[in-house]
Design a protein around this ligand. Structure first.
Ligand code: SF4
Length: 458
């Protein structure tokens, strides 16, 4: 099996985008720490909460799923199961067709990104409009999210304003408040027209038979106020025992994602017709799409993910290359582990991702679910080896490893490194090194002095 070349890792982000991305990621990481310190000044308290989140997610998922199904059905939710993305898309399309609906609004959901739902519905003549501002921005330009919480983190306000103008949403105006107001005006009409709303579910409460939607823009409420049918889709790992345990996650999610004490809106949807003007019919699709296999594997911990994005904010590689470089829907440390696993038969297509990690351990320090990401990433490298995935730069690494582990060869080669200071290596544009150099400059070689120093002082 072979994989795609890693050119995309080398694709240079525009300097101003790289700077904005780094600034935003560092800002979120700092805000996370401040928010946790403020809420839990006692030493070890925040860590205890993260351990609790991990422990809650460790409880018997099968039992909770069973309980959730009966409570949801008691609340008149139609519960359906999809074994994979194909089946999930088909179920959703069938419901929409049965309702004869043309106007669909969507609440931000990574699960629907995972199954590429918008493109699929588009092919069947259904325009599903994203109602989260970031998702709307990337949807109109047919892009993928570059971050799981801030999907348009790679976009600048002037190009968003230009895009709004191009797509007839509003006249050019790059003032951030005006961009938001223009999107609001555009979306209000869509809420009124909507016949169906599609959402994910941040959590599914087994005891209460409800889904929980955590949003910042109030778009979930607006979407549900107009549409008559609500279709929610979630991986089965989103089930937690009850509302009691939810408090642990709500305390961690907003803080980990953006440093907020909590997300601005937390909606509990416990079946259709419960609130004034709410949808008259509600479906919840539990999707597997490879999750059962992950649960049975040594990577089961990754299913505890809360989708907060803290690991990517903290990751030095993500900050430099941006989310699109990971090629799959989940970027950063989370994606490095999850994307190859979700790819199933196409595992090797993403087998190079675990190499895009310096193993600095920062992601594990911030993960609210205490997922041991660096250890999973190392195991993922091992998994790629076991599956005999061919990774483009493996030959180079093997050669380097041979030299680095043969002291005589290493010592012999050191003086030759100086040649790099005089040869036009930076101009190389082919092979792995050439692709790497497209986005980087080689630093001047200054080495070779350590041995001399060690001989003298060691
Ligand atoms: S792996 Fe952890 S830090 Fe990363 S998105 Fe999931 S919960 Fe957040």
């Amino acid at each position: 099996m072979s994989v795609q070349p890693i050119d995309q890792f080398c694709k240079e982000l525009k300097p101003e985008i790289k700077e904005a991305l780094t600034k935003a990621s560092i800002g979120s990481t700092v805000a996370r720490q401040q928010s946790l310190d403020q809420a839990y000044p006692e030493p070890g308290k925040a860590l205890h909460l993260r351990e609790l989140a991990n422990a809650i997610k460790s409880v018997n998922l099968a039992d909770n799923l069973e309980k959730a199904v009966s409570s949801l059905e008691r609340n008149n939710v139609k519960v359906l199961f999809a074994k994979d993305a194909d089946e999930a898309r088909k179920i959703i399309l069938d419901i929409i067709k049965k309702k004869n609906a043309k106007n669909v609004v969507k609440v931000k959901s990574m699960t629907t990104e995972e199954i590429e739902l918008n493109a699929f519905l588009g092919k069947h003549g259904i325009n599903a409009v994203e109602t989260d501002l970031g998702e709307l921005i990337i949807q109109i330009d047919h892009e993928r999210p570059s971050h799981i919480v801030k999907p348009a983190i790679h976009r600048k306000r002037d190009d968003i304003a230009a895009s709004f103008q191009k797509h007839g949403i509003a006249d050019y105006d790059e003032e951030p408040t005006h961009i938001t107001l223009n999107a609001r005006k555009y979306l209000r009409k869509k809420y009124f027209e909507a016949e169906v709303v599609i959402s994910g579910a941040n959590y599914v409460l087994a005891k209460e038979g409800a889904i929980v939607l955590a949003t910042n823009e109030g778009n979930a409420r607006f979407s549900m106020a107009g549409a008559k049918t609500h279709i929610a889709i979630a991986g089965f790992e989103k089930v937690i025992p009850s509302a009691r345990e939810l408090s642990v996650f709500l305390n961690l999610l907003g803080r980990s994602a953006t440093g907020q004490h909590t997300t601005v809106y937390t909606d509990f949807v416990a079946g259709p017709g419960k609130a004034k003007n709410s949808p008259e019919e509600m479906y919840l699709i539990f999707m597997d799409n490879g999750r059962s296999d992950i649960l049975a594997s040594r990577f089961a911990e990754i299913l505890k993910c809360l989708r907060c994005g803290a690991c990517m904010n903290r990751c030095p590689v993500f900050r430099l290359v941006g989310g699109h470089a990971y090629r799959a829907v989940y970027p950063g440390p989370l994606g490095i582990v999850l994307s190859p696993l979700l790819a199933g038969e196409e595992f090797c297509k993403y087998a190079d991702l675990p190499k895009a990690c310096s193993l600095c351990g920062g992601c594990a320090e911030v993960c609210p679910a205490k997922i041991p990401l660096p250890s999973l990433i190392v195991q993922m490298r091992d998994e790629a080896k076991r599956r005999h995935c061919k990774i483009p730069n493996d030959v180079g690494f093997k050669a380097w490893s041979f030299i680095a582990t043969t002291p005589r060869l290493w010592k012999f080669g050191i003086p030759f490194n100086r040649l790099a200071n005089y040869l036009p290596i930076d101009k190389l544009r082919f092979g792995t090194l050439g692709r790497w150099l497209k986005a980087r400059k080689l630093p001047k070689f200054k080495g070779g002095e350590f041995r001399k120093w060690f001989k003298k002082n060691g």
